[in-house]
Design a protein around this ligand. Sequence first.
Ligand SMILES: Nc1ncnc2c1ncn2[C@@H]1O[C@H](COP(=O)(O)OP(=O)(O)OP(=O)(O)O)[C@@H](O)[C@H]1O
Ligand SMILES: [Mg+2]
Length: 379
Amino acid sequence: MKFLNFGNKKNTSVIGVDIGASSIKVVQLKKRRGVAVLETYGELSLGPYMNLEVGQATSPPAPKLAEALKDLLKEANVTTQKAGVSIPFSSSLISVVKMPVLKDKNLASMIPIEARKYIPVPISEVTLDWFIIPNEDKSLPLDDEDKEDKKKTETKKETSGKKIDVLVVAIHNSTLTKYNEIVKAVQLNVGFFEIEIFSAIRAIVGRSITPTMVLDMGAGNTKLYIVEYGVVKTSHVINSGSQDITQTISKSLGVSVSKAEQLKRKFGIEDGQSDDTIINSKEAIVLGLNRVFSEANRVILQYQQKYGKNVGNAVLTGGGATVKGLLPIAKKHLEIDVSISDPFSKIEAPAFFEKVLKEVGPGFAVAIGLALRRLQEDT
Ligand SMILES: Nc1ncnc2c1ncn2[C@@H]1O[C@H](COP(=O)(O)OP(=O)(O)OP(=O)(O)O)[C@@H](O)[C@H]1O
Ligand SMILES: [Mg+2]
C-alpha cells in the first residue's frame, strides 16, 4: 500500500479506479487553473484477499472486490465519490467494422446487426459502444479537450458505396453487472465505465500521429495494441505476465513465490547487482520475455504490411514495466524505439515526489487516464 495526501478536501476532486487482476489502483485529481493536480494515489494487492501472494493475478467475487476497494479508498484518504472505473480488456471484444456512410441514428440501429458478424457471442449478452474512426484525409480533432469526437464525428450525407470504419466495443453484460454491484456497495458516483486500454492511451499516448505500440504488462497477461491518432488500430492479449517472472525466479532459485516477488521488486533483472543469486535466473526470465517481444514484433510487422506505415515506437506500461533492467532487454528484442510510460508527468505534483511517481507511474496509467476523463467531463 502506498498513499499520499496533499491535503485538499474540496469536492471538485475525482478518482480513477483501476481494478486489475493483481491489484486495485486509485488516483485522485482535481483541476486547478485548468491543470490536473494530483491529490492522492494508492494501490492495494488483491492476492492477500484470496489467500494468494502479492503480485499474483486473481479473480475475486464482487463482494470481495468491494471490500478491498473500500479498504483502499480509506487508506489512500480518498475524499470524493466521483469516479471513472475501468473494465478489463479481457472482458471486452473490440473490432473494426466497415459500415456504409449513414446518419448517426441509422448507424446506431445498423451497428448491432453488422456487429453480429464480428462478435462471437450472442448480441443479447453484450453491451455495445462504438465510434467512428476518423478518416485520415480529413482534418483530425487534435485538441485533447475536444469532447465531441466520440460518437459525434460528423456523419456526412448518406451516400451509397462509400464505407467508413467504425470501432465497435462489446462488453459482456455479466461484467457490467459485476462492476455495478461493486460500485454500488462502495457508493461510488460513477461517471462512466471504460475499457482499460482507452484509459491508458489517454494517459500515455494521447493523439500522437506516429503509430505507437503499447505493451501493458500486467500480472497474468500482457495487453498489446497499436494506436494512431488516439485510435486503437489493432489489439491482442498475450497470456504471459509479470507473475511469470516471479514464478521463474521461484523455480530456478528454489525460493517461495513471496520471496521471489520480493527479489523481483528489489533487484529486477538488472546486471551488476549486489545480490548475484537472482542473476542466476536471468536467462530463464529473458527466455519467457522473448515470447512477449517476438509476438510484439510479429504484430508490428503485420501492421506495417496492412497499413503501409511504420510503427514509430513502443511504450511499456503496467506494473510489470517497472521491473528494473527490463528496458535494455526490450530494446534489444524490439526492432523499434522503446520507452517506459510516465503518466504522472501529465499531472502536476510536488517536485519532491517526482522520482517516486516516475518509478511507480507505469502501474497507474489506467487509473490516471480514467481520472483525467472524469475531470474533463465534470468541469
Ligand atoms: N515495483 C515493482 N517491481 C517489479 N515488479 C512489479 C512492481 N510492482 C508491480 N510489479 C509487478 O507487476 C505485476 C502487476 O502489474 P499491474 O499492476 O499492472 O497488473 P494488474 O493491473 O493487476 O493486472 P492486469 O492489467 O492484467 O489486470 C505483478 O506481477 C507485480 O509483480
Ligand atoms: Mg492493469
